[in-house]
Design a protein around this ligand. Structure first.
Ligand SMILES: [Zn+2]
Length: 217
């Protein structure tokens, strides 16, 4: 049971603390604001465009969720959401993506790519440099999707078939399959991480935190 309100839990942390749907939403939104502030992702009056390169189902749900949360937090963060002429782009990268990206850098000896794995990066688009920020940097895909389910951001039938337990393999659920066949190695690493996370909860977080402590000040 959720300790605070004696409701049925929807999420359990590795320390066995459980949250009901409304407590989980509150936790999610608070963590979102904390992440944005911790990494100083936005400045006042930033014009933000949500960016998503992949077209698989999972990324699409994450894109809709990020738009939803940013819209909700817009006034608090003092930013505007725009479709073009953005001062910053927000990507849907989560702990899952970043941990697998870091492993990929090691395994395939692409260490130079590691600097792209921080919470903020610059990318040259055409002639100008644009800042890409990652507000989901400390979130698991599992948390983002559970929030999307609670807030009914996506049609419930899309997520119904799908159990939400920390450590659940999202790869095996089929959502992550689409559109990722181009990058077989990354896919294998994601699967490996999902498996590892089952036995060693928080391993994805540990990889990202380790990187942060070395590379990002
Ligand atoms: Zn509760």
């Amino acid at each position: 049971m959720c300790k605070r309100c004696e409701m049925l839990p929807v999420w359990e942390f590795t320390n066995k603390r459980k949250l009901c749907a409304s407590c989980f939403s509150r936790y999610f939104e608070k963590k979102f604001l904390n992440t944005v502030r911790k990494f100083k992702l936005f400045s006042a009056c930033d014009k933000v465009q949500v960016k998503c390169e992949s077209e698989d189902k999972l990324s699409e749900i994450k894109r809709q969720t990020l738009s939803f949360v940013l819209e909700k937090m817009r006034a608090k963060l003092n930013i505007a959401l725009v479709k073009r002429n953005a001062t910053k782009k927000a990507s849907v990268d989560s702990v899952d993506n970043i941990a697998s990206c870091l492993l990929d850098c090691f395994v395939n000896k692409r260490l130079r790519n590691m600097k792209r794995c921080g919470p903020i990066r610059k990318e040259k688009i055409g002639k100008r440099w644009i800042t890409i920020v990652k507000p989901f940097y400390l979130f698991l895909d599992a948390e983002i999707l559970l929030y999307a389910k609670i807030k009914k951001i996506v049609k419930p039938n899309i997520l119904q078939q799908w159990p939400f337990r920390p450590g659940e393999s999202f790869m095996l659920s089929g959502l992550r399959e689409v559109g990722e066949s181009k990058n077989k190695m990354r896919k294998k690493l994601l699967l490996f991480l999902d498996e590892l996370e089952k036995k060693h909860p928080e391993v994805k977080h540990a990889i990202v935190q380790g990187y942060l402590s070395v590379y990002v000040t």
